[in-house]
Design a protein around this ligand. Sequence first.
Ligand SMILES: [Zn+2]
Length: 273
Amino acid sequence: MLACVALLLWGATPSEAEAQLEQRFAADARAAALAVALFQKTGDVVLPLPAEEDFDGGYRGIIHLVPQLPLGEYRAHLERVCAALADYDAFFERLEQAGQGKPRFRWRGLELRFFRSVKRRTPAAFASGWVVSYNVNGTLNGSVRQVRDLMFHELFHSNDADHRDWSARTLQRQHRLIRLKCGGDSACLQPYAPDPLMVRGGTYYSFQPGNDEREYGADLALRYWREQREALAGRAVAKPFKCLTPENATAWAALVDEFFAGVDAVPACAAPR
Ligand SMILES: [Zn+2]
């Protein structure tokens, strides 16, 4: 399978790659059409996870993953991923129009590997290099909105690594200071948490024990995506993240400059803090 992947990504002509996709999805013509259209538009290649694996989920423990193409009963996941990626296309086009240059953020030319977790419903997805692996049995994979958020978070990890581990270089100190100040006190952490979602039995994902500043960075990027989407569409953003604490403002400005061509469509905060 690895040789096949390498051939497809590095050696195959577009028509060969499309033929491979059609073959891979032969059992489901609608899924095949989606995968081929996605490839034609973005260069993204849909594959199963290459083999079964035991995934080290950190605080979640070891989780067994099996390859699972998004076809048949799982086709809705491919539809959601395609919808999310199409949204990113539109978003980055608007961002480019609003900015001084190209965002330094890649969201195309990906390898999308699908899997199913056994007896567990995490991880929802994970990224390594320009490969994003996606769980058809994940808890954060149930709607277009969820998948849009999930994939943006994962894509940030890929881009973060590509920017020489930017979160570790830029956010580590601040992330540690917030942790020192708040410990596990969720009320204290609340204004610093870019994503209001809490881990069951734990705290905000960015400050969950076992998660470092890279998760804080990915959730910061997710918050950026959510807020800019609203602002660029002319809608008001309730409680902009950058206005909640001075630390948020610092992290926000650094993120905007590094990845998003300096574009921040959210109006300046009413009263500097
Ligand atoms: Zn993450």
